[in-house]
Ligand binder design. Structure first.
Ligand SMILES: [Zn+2]
Ligand SMILES: [Zn+2]
Length: 434
């Protein structure tokens, strides 16, 4: 390999993002700013308060809550040992951190339940595929504390569906299930274990392993043999205890009341240790479940106890922002950005350029939306740029006008122009842009 080619290859490598990481470019700003707007619209409308937790947490936090046997902890966590010898992990999700913060700061004292939301990156060393990254963004909404009232489950599901609806995403289907509680789930697990034991030869290799560590996950395996097997697997909904059954029925009744349609899906288990009772996912029906859920969540009434806290009910949802944006693009949804009325400052000559630079700042401070291309000296080039930016008004700072203490105001819609004294210009522009 020639030196030149080698060098070029080195440069190409250094310009790449690490596998599964991605730059968000200005061309996607429309989507991200709309998403941020919707996050704040939803949080305000449904009464959630922002909480920010660190990117790094003790590895143990996730081992104890998400669970050692979950894919997230077993295979996907980014961990590191600090110089001080602590074992930390880049957060693979938000719920455990939010509960840690809730307990650690006794947030329950401020009133219960607390409605908390987070927005930011999470990290999973997963196999990157369409819409799936190793660093991705989640918006989480959690209701923690108070009663484990089914109305809160419905509240979380409602806002999840509303979130996707505001973004005008079509074909969203709600899948919902109950995975029971400490009373009824163990008996169901035993039944499931017996069922799969008698069919062990038909299971895929992953499921043979999972049967020992994360049994419920056998239900959502995508391998053909396993999919076929689960058709005759015992159904959790038949095995719920009276309390879980009443709780689930009540969640469903709230959804009926809200006219939110849903699919009962007894193969939906979510695979994290902290879930109990309600679990749900918002998926795009047309594309099947291969694209992954846009949002998913459920109830986690035992999570606080995993962290040594008092029994504290909780229910929440995580929205996968990159997946949502992927669907928005695939469905061709465009968000119209309101064209703000803008002035464009143009100069002719070195002295005028200085004056123009100063006035651009004055306009900004007066709340006027202003743009310039001061580094371009040709008047023609500047006016062309003003046109491209769809400016309403061009302000032309000329050499002669500077001496006279004036500026030319040109209406770019009808090309009429007028000379205005500089000390009245801010007022004049405000009037014209109204
Ligand atoms: Zn139960
Ligand atoms: Zn399988």
């Amino acid at each position: 390999m020639s030196k030149k080619i080698k060098k070029r290859k080195e440069i190409a490598k250094i310009l790449q993002e690490p596998k599964g990481m991605h730059d968000v470019l200005p061309v996607d700003e429309m989507y991200w700013s709309r998403i941020r707007e919707v996050v704040s619209e939803i949080s305000e409308g449904y009464g959630f308060h922002r909480i920010e937790t660190p990117l790094l947490e003790f590895e143990e936090l996730f081992q104890k809550t998400v669970g050692e046997s979950s894919d997230i902890v077993a295979k996907e966590m980014y961990t590191l040992k600090t110089r001080g010898g602590d074992m930390l992990a880049l957060r693979p999700e938000f719920t455990a951190s939010t509960m840690r913060a809730y307990l650690g700061h006794s947030l329950g004292r401020l009133g219960q339940p607390q409605r908390l939301y987070t927005f930011g990156p999470v990290f999973r060393h997963d196999n990157p595929q369409a819409g799936r990254y190793r660093q991705f963004t989640q918006a989480n909404f959690e209701i923690i504390g108070g009663q484990n009232d089914p109305v809160y489950d419905a509240h979380i599901i409602l806002l999840s569906m509303r979130f996707l609806d505001i973004l005008r995403i079509k074909g969203v289907s709600l899948r919902i299930n109950s995975i029971g509680c400490r009373v009824c789930q163990p008996a169901y697990r035993r039944q499931l274990q017996n069922y799969y034991k008698s069919h062990e030869k038909e299971l895929c290799a992953d499921c043979v392993r999972r049967a020992k560590t994360n049994l419920l996950r056998l239900l959502d395996c995508k391998e053909q043999g396993c999919v076929k097997l689960r058709e005759h697997a015992p159904n959790i909904l038949d095995k719920l205890c009276v309390t879980c059954s009443a709780h689930f029925k009540s969640v469903i009744e709230y959804l009926d009341e809200l006219k939110i349609s849903y699919v009962l899906d007894n193969t939906l288990v979510r695979g994290l240790d902290y879930y109990s009772r309600t679990v749900f996912e918002c998926v795009i029906e047309a594309e099947g479940r291969e694209f992954g859920a846009l949002a998913g969540g459920g109830r986690y009434d035992y999570l606080a106890e995993f962290l040594g806290g008092h029994a504290t009910p909780g229910v929440g949802v995580a929205v996968g922002i990159e997946r949502v944006i992927g669907v928005i693009k695939a469905q061709g949804i465009v968000f119209s950005s309101k064209q703000k009325k803008m002035v464009f400052v143009v100069h002719a000559g070195e002295m005028a350029k200085k004056k123009a630079f100063r006035f651009v700042e004055e306009f900004r401070r007066a709340g006027i939306y202003v743009k310039e291309s001061l580094a371009k000296d040709s008047l023609k080039a500047q006016l062309k740029f003003a046109d491209k930016e769809k400016a309403r008004i061009a302000l032309i700072f000329g050499q002669r006008e500077i001496y006279e203490g004036t500026v030319i105001v040109r209406d770019l819609e009808n090309s009429l122009q007028e000379t205005v004294p500089l000390d009245r210009i801010v007022e004049e522009i405000k009037k014209r842009l109204k």
